[in-house]
Design a protein around this ligand. Structure first.
Ligand code: HEM
Length: 486
């Protein structure tokens, strides 16, 4: 009896050991497969972090504004400018190499397709332009440019953009502190909404403006779960409410056949063309996307430009000189900023904007999905992987930009201010290059014009900016303006 108990115990031990060994082997196997993914060639060097979460938390860890992310620095030191990792549960290759960056963005539709995380794109609907590729994408981009291209900005937009910017600043003068981002979002939606859809009842218009203003990618940039959740909820609400309202107007237009002079009309004409590749949902999503993104990106760009200007008195002096000269030479003293002034008389302003965009890196990473196995620098990146292009490392490379963390607009003196080159990629490059870059530059220029010619201004001391890795203002940008005595 004693012997059989002993035997049972041994059996139990052996079984336990076998099970544990099996579990350890399975886990090691899983871990090995996770950290050494398969490829039909050699993968770029790197590490994949923990299963599923990968290195997501390290990648999104907040860091100082005047530094390259410690995560990237560590990885680049160890593996070079091209390395593999896992972010947001996806096998990813990160590129911080300027030639590779440009190569990737130029091979859209051939080896790569734009592919942002679902949380960023899905709220904009199944027919979002961000989910379209090839000729359909090209067609939608053309429609975008009929609103945001130079011709329309010059003919239909600049006048109202200018007067609304002027009026919004006037209203805030001498009124104490206000949130700069909030006021810029308001002024943009005020002048843009009627250009996009002109026949709205006042209450529908203000509801639509509210939904454009509530749209933001910021939730993706915060590492605090609670505020990310709240931000995502607001953005989802904005998308649903905004697209519902646009759809109602769309349906009314189609039934009434009345003609209007706005962007919706242009989009409808495109839809009615024979063999058109766009449908109702594409247009509804597009109108919401353009209006929401315009407000979100440009308001941040203006906050950063104003912050840099307020911290650099010499820059402010030079801007004042340039804009006072524009006012002095203006023939129509009652008229606003002209296209000619914007294009040819704001030379220093343009340098300030360029420098501010270089330092800010509003779009800190661009996501592409590999469509078929692709060779880069002797490595093979398998189809299905994400490549993440990170241009900020190039923007802060001391070999390209001397003292890269110094705000120095003069570094651009005499240089051609081109977007979409391998050393300056704030608006991306290739087929997906930003549709709103000219609009953004115009709106920032108009804001600077009115600010420096009419007001004294100061930002509150706690206007901190961090990177997560996109620029984020945890305390907002609080500002004070008062009319300057002449
Ligand atoms: C300073 C402000 C802005 C910055 C830094 C910026 C940056 C960018 C970047 C980097 C891309 C390329 C994304 C990629 O390739 O993955 C992009 C694309 C895009 N941007 Fe902007 N943007 C700004 C303002 C605007 C504005 C005002 C609009 C107006 C609606 C806009 C609309 C778009 C659109 C529609 C695309 C997608 C183009 C496509 O898929 O072909 N952006 N932007």
């Amino acid at each position: 009896m004693h012997c059989s108990r002993h035997n049972n115990m041994s059996l139990l031990w052996i079984t336990g050991l076998c099970v544990t060994a099996l579990v350890v082997v399975r886990i090691s196997n899983w871990w090995y497969r996770w950290s050494s993914p398969k490829s039909n060639g050699k993968l770029p060097p790197g590490s994949m972090g923990f299963p599923i979460i990968g290195e997501t938390f390290d990648f999104f860890k907040p860091h100082g504004f005047y530094e390259i992310s410690p995560f990237l620095k560590k990885k680049m030191l160890r593996y070079g400018p091209l390395f593999r990792t896992s972010i947001l549960g996806v096998n990813t290759v990160i590129s911080t190499d300027m030639d590779v960056n440009l190569d990737i963005l130029r091979h859209e539709n051939k080896y790569f397709n734009l592919s942002y995380p679902d949380g960023l794109v899905k709220p904009l609907g199944k027919e979002s332009m961000f989910l379209k590729t090839g000729n359909i994408h090209k067609h939608i981009k053309q429609i975008c440019m009929s609103l945001l291209g130079s011709e329309n900005l010059k003919r239909k937009m600049i006048k109202d953009m200018d007067s609304v910017t002027y009026e919004h600043l006037c209203l805030k003068a001498g009124q104490g502190r206000f949130d700069l981002r909030e006021i810029v979002s308001s002024l943009i939606t005020s002048h843009l909404t009627p250009k996009v859809i002109s026949d709205l009842k006042p209450e529908t218009q203000s509801m639509l403006m509210e939904s454009f203003k509530a749209f933001s990618f910021d939730w993706f940039r915060t590492s605090y779960i609670l505020s990310a959740g709240r931000g995502l909820y607001n953005t989802l609400w904005a998308c649903r409410q905004g697209m519902k309202l646009i759809k109602e107007v769309y349906t009314r237009r189609i039934t009434s056949r009345e003609k209007y002079n706005d962007f919706l009309e242009t989009a409808l004409e495109e839809l009615e063309k024979e063999g058109s590749s766009v449908n109702e949902d594409v247009i509804v999503s597009l109108i919401f996307t353009l209006s929401g993104i315009t407000q979100d990106t440009t308001s941040k760009a203006i906050c950063m430009a104003v912050k840099f200007i307020s911290e650099n008195p010499k820059v402010l002096e030079e801007l004042k000189k340039e804009h006072e000269a524009i006012l002095a030479n203006r023939e129509d003293k009652e008229g606003g900023v002209t296209w000619e002034e914007f294009r040819h008389k704001m030379i220093f302003t343009n340098m300030v904007i360029h420098e501010s965009l270089r330092m800010t890196n509003l779009a800190p990473m661009m996501f592409r999905k590999v469509v078929k196995d692709v060779e880069i620098k002797g490595y093979t990146i398998p189809a299905g992987w994400i490549v993440m292009v990170i241009p900020s490392v190039v923007h802060f490379d001391p070999e390209i930009y001397e003292n890269p963390f110094e705000f120095n607009p003069w570094r651009w003196e005499g240089k051609e201010l081109r977007s979409g080159s391998k050393t300056f990629m704030v608006f991306g490059a290739g087929a997906r290059q930003c549709a709103g870059s000219e609009y953004a530059r115009l709106q920032i220029s108009l804001f600077i014009h009115h600010l420096v010619t009419t007001y004294d201004f100061s930002l509150s001391k706690d206007c901190e900016v961090i990177r997560v890795p996109g620029a984020l203002f945890p305390n907002g940008i609080s500002m004070n303006i008062s009319k300057r005595s002449r």
